[in-house]
Ligand binder design. Sequence first.
Ligand code: CA
Length: 218
Amino acid sequence: MTVECLAIYFFLVETTCRSGAFSCANGHCVPESWILDGNDDCKDGSDEAKIIGTNCTMIKDCCRCDDYVPHSECFNTSDSVDTCQCLSGFYSNALGTECIRRIIGDSCTSDSDCSNGFKNSHCKNRLCKCDDGYYNSEDGESCTRRFIEDSCSVHKDCDSVMVNSNCSNGVCQCNSGFYHTEDKSECLLLTTLLSFTNTTNRMHSLFEAYPTFVCILF
Ligand SMILES: [Ca+2]
């Protein structure tokens, strides 16, 4: 093929297909009725490439939505048309070519939009937030549970995950008369706490934490 012929060839394949025809990514033209019919007519997959929002058929074995866009699925939408949609917990990018996992601060319409993307979260004022008792991780992609001595702002930051606790001076503390377990995950009465600490090592830890009470008791 001469240089002139090559130029004409590339001009032809890059020309937009006539009305009623689909322009394949490789420059070929196929009838629009062949789009998403389950056959790779373009030979590059572009006439079968599904993006978020394109029609799909739930019973069709080939060409599943997630073959093209990970974390997507064929859903029966409200207008009775099956379309590729991102799974709950994910949202589509502007091009519809990617489903992105929601993180803290992303938009949402239901609690599952957030909680299916990351645990211990919910949708409030159309934004994903951590549940009470949990705080944003440094990367903003997960919610971390509070423990005794973790920072807090209000009582529910602490008592929603640890009964008999409160927020005092900016940190979670046990209520008066209650003492935290060794892992600082619970606040218990001293008698209850002692029933869980019957080994030498745990008694030693308890003594370090509450020497006065242990001495009084024994
Ligand atoms: Ca096709």
